[in-house]
Design a protein around this ligand. Sequence first.
Ligand code: DON
Length: 575
Amino acid sequence: MGTAVSVTPSARSRTPAGDPRIAPRVPAQFPAGWRLPAGERATFAKNAMAVSNSPLASEAATDILKRGGNAVDAAVALGFALAVTWPEAGNIGGGGYMVITLADGRTAAMDYREIAPLAATRDMYLDADGKLTDKSIVGHLASGVPGAVAGMARALERYGTMTLSDVMQPAIRLAREGFVVDSGLASSIRGTDRVPQFEGARVFFPNGQPLPAGARLVQPELARTLQAIADQGPAGFYRGWVADSLVAEMQRGGGIITTQDLAQYSPRERRPIRSTYRGFTLLAMPPSSSGGVTMTESLNILETWPSLGAHGSTQWYHAVASAYQRAFIDRNSKLGDPEFVPVPMDQLTSKAYARSLRATINDARATPTRDVDATMQALPREPMNTTHYSVVDQFGNAVATTTTLNGSWGSGVWVRGAGFFLNNEMDDFAAQPGMPNMFGLVQGEQNAIQPGKRMLSAMSPTIVLDSSQQVLLVAGAAGGPTIITGTSQVILNVLDHRMNLADAMRAPRLHHQALPDSLTIEIGGVAPAVQDSLRAMGWSLRPVRSLVNVNAIMRVKGGWEGVPEPRRSGGAVGH
Ligand code: DON
């Protein structure tokens, strides 16, 4: 069997008919003129599949799968490769989450979120007048202590079958020998005004000009760092010359991460949230991410309706947006790092609580979250980036991983000598409780800054199991709070509307995060009559060009379908 590769948006391959255990798929109907029409084909592979925002990184994973590695081996290979080929978000200077299900029944949720440095303080981003500065977003003070290397290494050690050195070879080669910049990466480099402010400009803006598509990107410093990790394990990053380079970089720019912060970093292995939706099982990420709780709470509310109505109907938008609005009210006020604050997990994920929230929804009217300060609505939005990848293997194992630097290219700070970007994850804390962060999220005391604490995330790597507990769907996304809503809509599209994966990914999306109190929709994605009736019900519509960057895999008859985000670039590669 050869390799099945799809690079969005051009390549297509054949899709077989549905698996008898999976309800037959129903062709999707989208509004006339929607820019991602239904009926496209997904990439099919018989044995195994990897889907990410970088075709080269997906290939790295598939090489490992072909060599007999399992999904965890391949996911870790993919994660390190993304740090080379998708450096705006793929990273070793950030953190992430990995949800794992193994054919032997074990499940795991690896939390390698960054933590606040020991010298962090609650008000560190306020100026002398008590006003929020942009220091949680740009520059040396914006970074949490990176968790990616420790987390990926721990996942591999616990659930992989190959050595770290083996799975890192593709990444090391890509960094050392270089690769050809594609249009997706070139446009991301062109679009950043942050990288040129720091030392990474030398690599990504040689002679002051952004690297264009077709240029070769060689990253010798990064190759050396990756080699140190391959040789020494996490100690190659958290101690020794790489750690010293990071701390020296901090000291040059007024950052506060110390060698002690790095030496103390430890990932957390947690139990996935296991919930159900109409007979399917969901394995989702628990706090420190809000993803699993918020998605579970939303889906539990939605399950109280026997049917949500046709996809894209007024009834459907009203129900889905009302559920998200309520789940985000809880998310924004009740969730935080469970090692620092009490989190009412049982309540928020219970079916009974969802029924009581359902009772607050008026089927004919939107309910205002509260009067929204105009300044929140007017918040500038900047480019942002995270990246999700999904992997399944021939043995029945699956991995969903989301990783991020937070904003696109993180804080912009590039560690001299070690060749990688640092995150600006500190902005995910409520830097000033009650005031919106870069995603407009208005969060409370639960998520205030404390040394050693993990900032609340929205990342939602998720695995859906069918009624025989086999992997049906592996999904997750980039896009700040829209991660939760976008991922859950792909799940709803597959489970409720029985769309095939390509349609489920192309379907118009919506978002609601409680505050700002607006229903975000995709331009061209909502029929004009539905927009009119939603407005008449009291919804304030906020049209945007594009919502969320999802990468997903679904089981079909005889194999797997993989679909990278049709709104961005990416690659599905299988064998
Ligand atoms: O953890 C979070 O929720 C955010 N740092 C994610 C940022 C993100 O998705 C930006 N990307 N597109």
